[in-house]
Design a protein. Structure first.
Length: 171
């Protein structure tokens, strides 16, 4: 029962999981554990979520940059640098209760030789963006998605119909 998922749970949630330990011999679908995790996510404090993110920050930043480069977005540009800013905001999806974190970044690109963007002067300009991370039962993850031309506060405002600030989110 050790691992990232177990560490995120409050004491009452851990007790409940130990009571379910008798089911350990049964094969349960992964969706069962995902639903169980989502049931307890409202009990996680904002400070605990941010602490867990900070513990994995180096790995998450490397994974984000690798996946973002592989996605080739924006088309015709190559990611050269990603400067991490201190601004972060936790959000909760209003429908699925999924918790995500938006981290502020400044991104630099260069044009791919022979591409459409090769002669565009704006390519070398620093871009403001948000790196998107999701909380899963195994910890923080990223798909390399970036929200361009906005900082975390602006992104939270634009996404307010779909996402609530985590501190205000209701279970």
């Amino acid at each position: 029962m050790k691992g990232r998922f177990f560490d995120l749970l409050s004491h009452p949630a851990r007790v409940l999981l130990f009571k379910f330990s008798a089911l350990r011999g049964l094969v349960l679908p992964e969706s069962f554990f995902t639903k169980l995790f989502r049931l307890f996510t409202p009990r996680l404090s904002e400070a605990n979520l941010l602490r867990r993110f900070e513990m994995e920050r180096n790995r998450l930043q490397q994974t984000f940059l690798q996946k973002a480069r592989e996605a080739n977005i924006p088309r015709g540009l190559r990611w050269t640098q990603c400067e991490w800013l201190p601004s972060m905001i936790l959000l909760k999806d209003r429908q699925t209760n999924e918790i995500c974190l938006l981290a502020g970044v400044n991104i630099s690109f260069e044009a791919i030789e022979g591409g459409d963007m090769e002669n565009v002067a704006a390519v070398s300009m620093l871009r403001d963006a948000c790196a998107v991370f999701q909380l899963t039962p195994s910890g923080w993850q990223t798909s390399g998605r970036a929200l361009f031309n906005m900082n975390p506060a602006e992104a939270a405002e634009r996404l307010r119909d779909s996402y609530a600030p985590y501190a205000e989110a209701k279970p």
